[in-house]
Design a protein around this ligand. Structure first.
Ligand SMILES: C[S@@+](CC[C@H](N)C(=O)[O-])C[C@H]1O[C@@H](n2cnc3c(N)ncnc32)[C@H](O)[C@@H]1O
Length: 350
C-alpha cells in the first residue's frame, strides 16, 4: 500500500511545535542572560514569588511576572501558590552548570544570537556575499564562548584518556597548541587542568584575541598561557607540541585546500607520538540523513549562520579522509558524550 504521507493535522502540529520552540528559546535566553534562572535556583526548594524575585534583581515586578509565567508555561519552572517558583527538575544543571556535558545554557544563548543571521539571510540570498562574525552584535562571540565551554571538559576528561601517552605527558609538563582559540576559554581550561603544561593559542580575529587575552589575565596564567595573533594557514611550527587541538575551527580556516594545508601544518607542529584532537560540527555525509536525528536537523539550521559568516562545512566522512590524506596515523572517532560534536583523534607517527 502506498504511504499516505503525513496528515494535515500532523503537519499543523509540527509548525506549532516550531513556533513554541522559538518562544521557548527566547524565554530561556532571557532567563540565563538576566540571572533570573540563577536567582530562582538560589532560592532552592523554598521557592520564590514574583515580587521578592523582582526586588532581588531590581527588575520591574510586572515584567518579572510576565517572564515567570512564560518560563512556567514552557516547563523551565514549576510553580505552586504557597511557594511560588522553583526550577523544574534538572534545569539547574542543563541551563546553568557549564561543567555538565549536557549543559545547554550556552547553546540557547547562541541560538538566540542567531536571530541576526535569520533576519539578514534574505538580503544576502541573491548575492551569496558573506557577513563576517566580527560585524555581528558582539554578544554573538560571548554566546559562542558559552556554548563551547562543555567541549573543553569533554576533550580533557573523555577524549584525552583515549590517548594515554599524551595524557601522561601533559600531566608531567608538555605543551599544547589550540588553533582557533576564540575567546580563550579552552586555553585557560587546559592550563588549569594540566598545571605543569604550557599552552599556546592561535587566533586571527581581533575581537576574539581581546577576549582571550582578558581571560588569560583574569585567570592569572600569563606565565604559562599565551595567545598569538596568527593565521593557522601560515603557522610554521616543527615538532614543537605534544597536543594540538581544534575545536570547531577547521571548517573556518578556508576551503578544502586550506583544510589540507592547516592539517599538514598541524602534523608538522606535533612531536612524534603527539596527538591531534579535531572537534567539528557533526554534519552527516548525505542530505537524506538530515532527518535522522534532532542534532542533524539543528546542524542544518546552524548552516544558515555558518555559510553567511563565510565558514565551510566538513562532513564526518570528509574529516576522516582529510586526516588520513594529511598523513596522520591511527585516525579514529573519539568516544565522547556530546551529540553536538564529532571528535576525532589522530597521531603523528615516527
Ligand atoms: C567557532 S570558533 C571556535 C573558537 C574556540 N575554539 C571555541 O571552542 O570556542 C572558531 C575560531 O577559529 C578562528 N579562526 C578561523 N580561521 C582561523 C585561522 N585561519 N587562523 C586562526 N584562527 C582562525 C575564528 O576567528 C574563531 O575564533
Amino acid at each position: 500500500m502506498a504511504d499516505a504521507g503525513p496528515t494535515k493535522q500532523s503537519q499543523w502540529q509540527k509548525l506549532i511545535d516550531y513556533i513554541l520552540g522559538y518562544q521557548a528559546t527566547w524565554i530561556a535566553d532571557i532567563g540565563v542572560k538576566t540571572g533570573l534562572f540563577q536567582a530562582i535556583a538560589d532560592a532552592g526548594s523554598s521557592g520564590i514569588h514574583e515580587e521578592p524575585l523582582a526586588r532581588k534583581l531590581s527588575f520591574d515586578a510586572r515584567y518579572t511576572g510576565v517572564w515567570c509565567r512564560g518560563a512556567y508555561a514552557f516547563q523551565f519552572l514549576d510553580w505552586d501558590r504557597a511557594k511560588g517558583y522553583r526550577l523544574a527538575p534538572h534545569m539547574q544543571s542543563l541551563l546553568l552548570n557549564e561543567e555538565d556535558t549536557q549543559f545547554l545554557g550556552g547553546r540557547i544563548q547562541f541560538n538566540a544570537a542567531l536571530y541576526q543571521d535569520f533576519q539578514a539571510f534574505p538580503k544576502y540570498l541573491p548575492t551569496g556575499e558573506t557577513w563576517p562574525r566580527s560585524d555581528h552584535d558582539p554578544w554573538l562571540l560571548e554566546a559562542l564562548k558559552n556554548m563551547t565551554k562543555p567541549d573543553c571538559a569533554v576533550i580533557t576528561d573523555h577524549v584525552l584518556p583515549q590517548a594515554p601517552g599524551t595524557l601522561a605527558r601533559l600531566k608531567e609538563g608538555g605543551i599544547i597548541l589550540d588553533i582557533g582559540a576564540g575567546a580563550g576559554f579552552a586555553i585557560v581550561h587546559y592550563a588549569t587542568r594540566f598545571p605543569a603544561s604550557r599552552v599556546v593559542g592561535l587566533e586571527n580575529d581581533d575581537a576574539s584575541l581581546d577576549l582571550a587575552r582578558a581571560a588569560i589575565q583574569e585567570a592569572g596564567l600569563a606565565g604559562r598561557v599565551q595567545v598569538r595573533n596568527a593565521d593557522a594557514n601560515s603557522m610554521d611550527y616543527d615538532s614543537a607540541f605534544d597536543l594540538v587541538t581544534m575545536n570547531v575551527t577547521l571548517h573556518e580556516v578556508g576551503g578544502p585546500l586550506a583544510y589540507r594545508n592547516v592539517l599538514s601544518k598541524a602534523l608538522r607542529a606535533l612531536r612524534v607520538g603527539g596527538v591531534l584532537v579535531v572537534s567539528e560540527l557533526p554534519y552527516p555525509d548525505s542530505t537524506a540523513s538530515y532527518r535522522d536525528n534532532p542534532v542533524y536537523q539543528m546542524m542544518a539550521g546552524v548552516q544558515l549562520h555558518e555559510a553567511l559568516v563565510g565558514c565551510g562545512m566538513i562532513t564526518q566522512g570528509q574529516l576522516r579522509d582529510l586526516l588520513v590524506e594529511a598523513g596522520f596515523r591511527n585516525v579514529r572517532v573519539a568516544d565522547q558524550p556530546l551529540a553536538t560534536r564529532f571528535m576525532m583523534l589522530a597521531e603523528k607517527g615516527g
